[in-house]
Design a protein around this ligand. Structure first.
Ligand SMILES: N[C@@H](CCC(=O)N[C@@H](CS)C(=O)NCC(=O)O)C(=O)O
Length: 209
């Protein structure tokens, strides 16, 4: 098994935190996104999508979605389940994890990639060159601020994002809340529940930079 990764980027970060929480170590090759190594032909032979992370299994199977990689790790290391134990817990965790990806992560990506020279014609990650749409920047900012309010509300009566135990949804949310800082959005003073949770998450050994 081998992981291809660029740990400073949000998607790979989710996998690295997950692995630390589960106590999993996998040989890892560094793909330098600053040098656009994810778009080189040598890498695209491994993952034609041109994205990181990528997990290659011993039989050659390629897994290139964060959630799919984490699910694979969970299945082969079922102790300390991060996708939930019983049916209800699994559904609630899946709901929050998916919402955070679809509503918060995509909002941040909209705001981050649709401005600036660095992402000119690179408005989406991966192999498809696509032009920026400047109107997506304010839309993304609005989506981030809205979802921070949703998270703050959810954390009023819940210790963790998906209830009373730590889960993969906390990892996704933690990475996203920090990623929002890349577009200069931080948790406002008045969102005390989200701030409490963020502080607690940042104390976990797996979340250390
Ligand atoms: N759909 C993949 C996307 C992973 C992804 O977007 N990774 C980013 C790094 S955070 C990437 O590879 N970007 C390549 C690029 O910007 O060209 C997932 O959710 O795992």
């Amino acid at each position: 098994m081998k992981l291809y990764s660029y740990p400073p980027a949000p998607s790979p970060q989710r996998v690295h935190i997950f692995m630390k929480e589960k106590g999993i170590a996998v040989p890892t090759e560094f793909i330098d996104m600053m040098k656009q190594e994810q778009l080189r032909d040598e890498y695209k032979v491994i993952n034609p999508r041109g994205t990181v992370p990528t997990l290659v299994l011993d039989d050659g199977t390629i897994i290139s979605e964060v959630t799919a990689i984490c699910r694979y790790f969970e299945a082969i290391n079922p102790g300390n389940p991060l996708f939930g134990s019983d049916a209800k817990q699994q559904a609630v965790i899946a709901e929050w994890d998916h919402r955070i990806e679809m509503e918060l992560l995509t909002g941040i990506a909209e705001a981050f990639r649709n401005r600036g020279e660095a992402f000119k014609n690179r408005a989406l990650p991966g192999a498809l060159d696509i032009e920026q749409i400047s109107e997506l920047v304010p839309r993304g900012i609005k989506r981030i601020n809205f979802f921070f309010e949703i998270l703050n509300e959810q954390l009023v009566n819940n210790a963790y994002v998906a209830g009373d135990s730590f889960s993969v949804a906390d990892i996704t949310a933690f990475v996203c809340v920090n990623f929002a800082g890349w577009v200069k959005i931080t948790v406002p003073e008045e969102q005390t529940h989200l701030r409490r949770w963020l502080h607690e998450m940042s104390q976990r050994p797996s979340m250390q930079p």
